[in-house]
Write a protein of this length. Structure first.
Length: 615
């Protein structure tokens, strides 16, 4: 309830309170253009002006445009993010952009289309970058304090995703289909980014959504997760640092609500999911998935629904969740592993949760946390993936006409392949950014390439069958290990030309990380086994494939979401690394190959590349 400070009258909505408070000031907010009579309420003034126009034989007032008037600055308005309406606003200040309030609301023809594109992994919004290190410069910039991984930028470009109500037919629904839009017209999960959850979105609060719309079964899951966090917190010995550092149910109650669960899951699949697409959204059931995976997705969504003052929850909640998830991961070593992908599902969900929380913690920017993830957590993930045989994952069925049961079996196999590939990408990320020695070799990657995002994200078996027909037309791709071997071969041009027609952005990202891993190993003592010339040749082959794929994508006017769109930056970084590593009198800390937990050495290296004194 919102209470007036002058007369103690209470209102359920803040907008009603603000309208009431005007009555105490005696100021008029609207007037009739025909008789100049003043009114406190705009809707009363509008009704009066219609009558007054007829009385004075004047044309009726112009109809008001639907929706709220633009209140944010021009930059925040076009980015569809929250604006504090200061001059300049804090977002423009932090991004170094010019803040203005002069532009008019654009016509619908000029607004970038937010409708689903041919592939859910792409968007019609062009990439906003003017230099070859747009993302890496942002990520390594010491002045950037929030969203280093640029997840919020992805959320603005991706389309809204709703949980399928079929999962809640036997229970009360999590939310009625499109209920957020019904309660809050124009709502988008992207609107939550950089907004405090404790304040109403626009002038509407979610507190009035009926409790009856939420699932009791999911409430029990949330209560279970809260108890898990409290028990884990107590077992970690946080009490030694003071009782204020322990988690308790009262602290978690305001965060772990069914309302937040719906919003945070949607936020995750609209944002971080495109950077780590290892969870299948169309079959995701929050009432059935394991606690480690649900907890990781819930906290990831909560992290990117933040205010500019920081996250909506204490960072120690992430630390406790990380501890719990990796304890569950360690327990997998004591259980027998089934050989069939569908029966691996419980184990896979723990690994999925571990990969998500690992990436989430890296985005927080705390040096001690990075060191723990790099030295302890990440090797544990790689060891588990290796011991489960996931690195050798192959499809037993081809993507073809299938029923719902066959489709789900195919998805289970694809999830195994994606876990292997994105575990490899996580390993490559640590090598590129922090000079961490690779824990996983590309020559261990005997799995197949993942499907394109469009095929993986197909909503049902029928949609999958339609896309699978075109997917099987190209030449089948070999395993990752065989492809990188041929990429290094100077006599493999014909194979590469044929295979390149079946490659997509995700594949090229995996391959460029593989070459970074090889380049790091080469300059740390393996020059006798593989030469830099072979890696340079592979890099040039990769660039040719990238240009051909990009030209097709460019003609369609679409661009990748997530990290595949940054793959070209990694190529620039690789070529610069190879050139400088083979030169003389090179005095760059990034090329010392000593592992680090800060981004200063990479940032300085990028600045050296972009500087005037180029070697």
């Amino acid at each position: 309830m919102f209470q007036c400070s002058q007369c103690n009258k209470s209102y359920q909505r803040k907008s009603h309170l603000l309208r009431h408070e005007v009555t105490h000031t005696g100021a008029s907010c609207s007037s009739c253009p025909y008789c100049n009579k003043s009114f406190l309420k705009k809707e009363v003034a509008r009704r009066h002006s219609k009558i007054c126009a007829k009385k004075h034989n004047q044309p009726p007032p112009v109809a008001a445009k639907p929706g709220r008037k633009k209140q944010s600055c021009d930059e925040c308005f076009f980015a569809k993010t929250a604006c504090d309406r200061a001059s300049p606003c804090s977002r423009c200040q932090s991004l170094g952009k010019q803040c203005s309030f002069g532009a008019q609301t654009p016509s619908t023809e000029n607004i970038p289309s937010m409708s689903p594109s041919p592939s859910p992994s792409v968007s019609q919004i062009p990439q906003r970058r003017s230099d070859p290190f747009f993302f890496l410069a942002h990520f390594t910039d010491p002045s950037i304090k929030q969203d280093r991984l640029a997840i919020a930028e992805t959320a603005k470009c991706s389309t809204r995703r709703h949980l399928d109500p079929i999962y809640f037919q036997q229970e009360e629904p999590l939310l009625p289909h499109d209920s957020l839009s019904a309660y809050m017209p124009g709502f988008s999960v992207a609107d939550l980014f950089l907004q405090p959850l404790s304040t109403p979105i626009g002038q509407l609060s979610m507190e009035f959504i009926p409790e009856s719309t939420f699932a009791s079964r999911l409430s029990n899951r949330l209560s279970e997760m809260m108890m898990i966090l409290v028990d884990t917190s107590n077992s970690m010995g946080l009490a030694n640092a003071g009782p204020q550092n322990q988690l308790d149910m009262a602290e978690l109650n305001s965060l772990f609500t069914t309302c937040n669960l719906s919003v945070f899951i949607s936020a995750f699949f609209q944002s971080l999911h495109w950077h780590l697409p290892i969870v299948h959204f169309p079959t995701f059931d929050p009432a059935k998935v394991s606690n480690p995976l649900l907890l990781a997705i819930f906290l990831a969504g909560a992290t990117y629904a933040t205010s500019q003052d920081g996250p909506v929850f204490a960072s120690r909640i992430l630390d406790v969740a990380e501890e719990y998830i990796f304890r569950q991961l360690a327990n997998l070593s004591s259980t027998p592993f089934p050989s069939s992908a569908p029966y691996l599902l419980p184990s896979l969900e723990v690994i999925q949760g571990a990969l998500i929380i690992e990436m989430l913690q890296f985005g927080q920017g705390e040096t001690g946390t990075r060191r723990r993830i790099r030295i302890i957590r990440h090797p544990c993930v790689i060891s588990t993936v290796r011991s489960l045989g996931i690195l050798q994952s192959k499809r037993s069925l081809t993507p073809d006409m299938c029923n719902d049961e066959t489709w789900r079996a195919l998805i289970a196999e694809e999830v195994c392949i994606r876990i292997a590939c994105w575990a490899f990408l996580a390993d490559g990320f640590l090598t590129v950014c922090f000079n961490n020695h690779p824990a996983l070799s590309i020559f261990e990657m005997d799995c197949q390439f993942p499907w394109s995002s469009a095929l993986f994200e197909a909503e049902n078996a029928s949609s999958f069958n339609e896309m699978a027909a075109s997917y099987t037309m190209g030449r089948p791709l070999p395993s990752l290990r065989e492809f990188i071997t041929r990429l290094l071969d100077e006599n493999a041009t014909d194979d590469l030309i044929q295979w390149s027609r079946s490659l997509v952005g995700e594949h090229l990202l995996i391959l460029i990380y593989a070459m970074h891993s090889l380049a790091f190993q080469a300059r740390t003592g393996l020059f006798g086994w593989i030469s830099t010339n072979s890696i340079k040749r592979a890099a040039e082959n990769w660039r040719s494939i990238w240009d051909s794929v990009s030209s097709i994508v460019g003609k369609e006017g679409i661009h990748h979401l997530g990290y595949p769109k940054h793959a070209e930056e990694l190529w620039w970084l690789l070529t610069a690394t190879l050139d400088r590593a083979s030169g003389r009198n090179v005095n760059l800390r990034y090329l010392d190959n000593a592992a680090t937990d800060d981004l200063e050495s990479l940032n300085n290296f990028i600045r050296d590349i972009k500087g005037p004194n180029r070697t």
